[in-house]
Design a protein. Structure first.
Length: 160
C-alpha cells in the first residue's frame, strides 16, 4: 500500500512557496500514480457572515471546481444542520466527475472543514489558499494523502 502524506499550515497570507510545494505533490502523484488525492482543509477564524451565507458557499465551490478544472455533476447540495450550537452550520456536497468536494461550516467556531477528493491531479495548496480567500480565514491547515491501492498487479479471482 502506498502512502503519501503532506501537511502545511499558515497564519495570514499563504507563504510564497505554495507553488513549489504543489509542484512536489503533483510530481509525486505522477510518479506513484495513486487512485486519488485527498486534501483535508481546515480554515479557522473565518468571517462570521461568510460561513453563514449559502450564496457565498455555493459560489466558492463553483470557483474551486473551475480553478482546479473539475467538472461538476449537478448543483451543490447545501443543507443547514445542527440543533446543537456546537455543530450548527451548513454542510456542502458537490459531486464532481472525478469524486467529490464536501464541507461543513461550523458557525460557533467560524470555521470550515473541507475535503477535496479527486482521482485527477490538482493543486491542493492553491486550492486551500483560494478557500482561505473566500472565507477570509486567518489560520489554515491542510493535510494531503494519496488514496487507493498501489499499482501492483492484483490477484485474479475466479468467479466459477
Amino acid at each position: 500500500m502506498m502512502t503519501f502524506v503532506w501537511h502545511a499550515d499558515w497564519s495570514g497570507e499563504p507563504r510564497a512557496s505554495i507553488h513549489e510545494e504543489d509542484a512536489k505533490v503533483l510530481l509525486a502523484f505522477q510518479r506513484q500514480q495513486p487512485w486519488g488525492l485527498d486534501a483535508a482543509i481546515d480554515l479557522f477564524d473565518c468571517d462570521p457572515e461568510l460561513v453563514r451565507d449559502p450564496s457565498v458557499i455555493r459560489a466558492c465551490v463553483m470557483d474551486v471546481c473551475e480553478q482546479i478544472q473539475m467538472k461538476r455533476y449537478g448543483e451543490p447540495q447545501l443543507v443547514r444542520f445542527g440543533d446543537d450550537p456546537r455543530v450548527r452550520g451548513y454542510t456542502l456536497v458537490q459531486l464532481i466527475e472525478t469524486s467529490a468536494i464536501t464541507a461543513h461550516f461550523i458557525e460557533q467556531a467560524n470555521a470550515v472543514c473541507l475535503n477535496v477528493f479527486s482521482c485527477s491531479p490538482y493543486r491542493p495548496l492553491q486550492t486551500t489558499a483560494l478557500c482561505q480567500q473566500w472565507f477570509r480565514a486567518r489560520e489554515v491547515a491542510v493535510s494531503m494523502v494519496f488514496r487507493g491501492p498501489d499499482q501492483r498487479e492484483l490477484p485474479q479471482h475466479d468467479d466459477a
